[in-house]
Design a protein around this ligand. Structure first.
Ligand code: NIG
Length: 381
């Protein structure tokens, strides 16, 4: 069935030829976009919806979340706000709660958070394992994630579980764990940071994942300067995420690579880290994505709108740049061409704001501006 959405006051397409249109319309044919252009030239359709001058854009592409978890870390957050530094060790608290939860509890929690994200305009979401850290628990997390999320990443190398020996744990991740999980995930990730995995260990994990045909991602340069960005670029990772502490050579390496710098401003604020140097990265020519990093420890939000507003208000991006990073940037970080863009053939994922322009996302921070959301051509909010 063809659906015509017309009366779009401002349409951000992210398509180089179409650009940003005023007085626009879009036609969905089932799960895909059939036509985009000026409302006056729109073809007939089975159903017609007039959005009365509101702004529309591609659904958010949230390319970094950790939503297969149980438990709560409010106390850790309160301690942090009182001056306690964030450290990777808090992950172990969520690992204990996640291992103790049933499949049904983990699935319900994941679905609850994903539907919270969808109600705010997210139409493509990646999520990770990484709170299991045994073969059985990581396989279980991957299976639960795959039933709900668009993209699933294996993050067995999130933390050496308390009490385990680091070398033996890396052997386990690179062997039995990857063998067991590889069929259920598209990506593998490693937390390359002091307190998690060093450069050599991280490289081993990435090489083992690449041998099994998985795409690569890296958590890097989150809590201090380090080798994560360099390693990600050297290994041809699709994305290196966090990037809060970058040297000039890290920025240059990203700018001359296909590795996307995925920035997580809600996490930077919640962990009292410097906001990632988005302006420097864009000026140097790097591809930037914005994502929520939704997880119970370092960034407990599913709001891409908050990330966009922060990128504009505090990181020096224009609204157009921030919106692009939260849509097309996320798609590039996931190496996808079907989302993050509105053009014929792309997925019919549309976010209509209760506002006349995308500028309101930063002009009216904190206001729930999502009016309607379509995903694969079906109305989901
Ligand atoms: O991306 N950096 C590692 N992992 C998560 C934090 C997870 C947690 O604290 O539970 C992150 O911030």
């Amino acid at each position: 069935m063809a659906v015509l959405i017309t009366g779009i006051g401002e349409l951000t397409t992210n398509d180089d030829e179409l650009g940003t249109l005023t007085g626009a319309a879009i036609v969905f044919d089932g799960p895909a976009i059939a036509w985009v252009g000026p409302a006056a030239a729109a073809p007939d359709a089975d159903e017609r919806i007039d959005v009365e001058g509101r702004a529309a854009l591609p659904g958010w592409v949230d390319s970094h979340t950790h939503l297969v978890f149980a438990g709560d870390r409010t106390a850790e957050f309160e301690a942090r706000m009182a001056g306690q530094p964030y450290s990777a060790g808090g992950i172990a608290v969520t690992v204990d709660a996640t291992r103790a939860a049933t499949d049904a509890e983990l699935t319900a929690n994941l679905r609850r958070h994903v539907s919270e994200a969808v109600r705010q305009g997210t139409t493509c979401l990646e999520t990770k394992t990484g709170y299991g850290l045994t073969v059985a628990d990581e396989v279980r997390a991957a299976r639960i994630a795959a039933a709900v999320a668009d993209e699933v990443t294996f993050l067995g190398a999130h933390l050496v579980p308390p009490g385990a020996d680091a070398a033996s744990y890396v052997d386990l991740v690179c062997g039995e764990m990857l063998d067991a999980v590889a069929g259920s995930v598209r990506w593998a990730d490693v937390f390359c940071e002091t307190g998690a995995f060093d450069e050599a260990q991280s490289e081993r994990v990435l090489r083992a994942a690449a041998r099994r045909g998985l795409g690569l991602r890296v958590h890097g340069n989150q809590l201090g300067p380090g080798p994560g960005v360099r390693l990600a670029v050297r290994m041809g990772a699709a994305s290196v995420d966090h990037c809060s502490h970058l040297s000039d050579s890290d920025v240059e390496a990203l700018a001359s690579s296909d590795t996307v710098a995925t920035l997580l401003p809600a996490c930077d604020l919640s962990t009292r880290q410097p906001l990632a140097p988005a302006r420097r990265l864009l000026d140097a020519g790097a591809t930037v994505a914005l994502a929520t990093n939704a997880n119970p420890g370092s960034s407990y939000t599913t709001s891409m709108g908050f990330c966009v507003a922060t990128a504009v208000l505090q990181m020096g991006l224009s609204v157009a740049e921030a919106v692009r990073a939260a849509t097309l940037g996320g798609a590039r970080a996931l190496r996808r061409t079907d989302v993050g863009v509105l053009r014929p053939g792309a997925r019919a994922d549309l976010h209509v704001l209760d506002a006349p322009s995308r500028t309101h996302l930063a002009y009216r921070p904190g206001v729930p501006l999502t009016w309607r959301v379509w995903r694969r051509g079906s109305r989901v909010a």
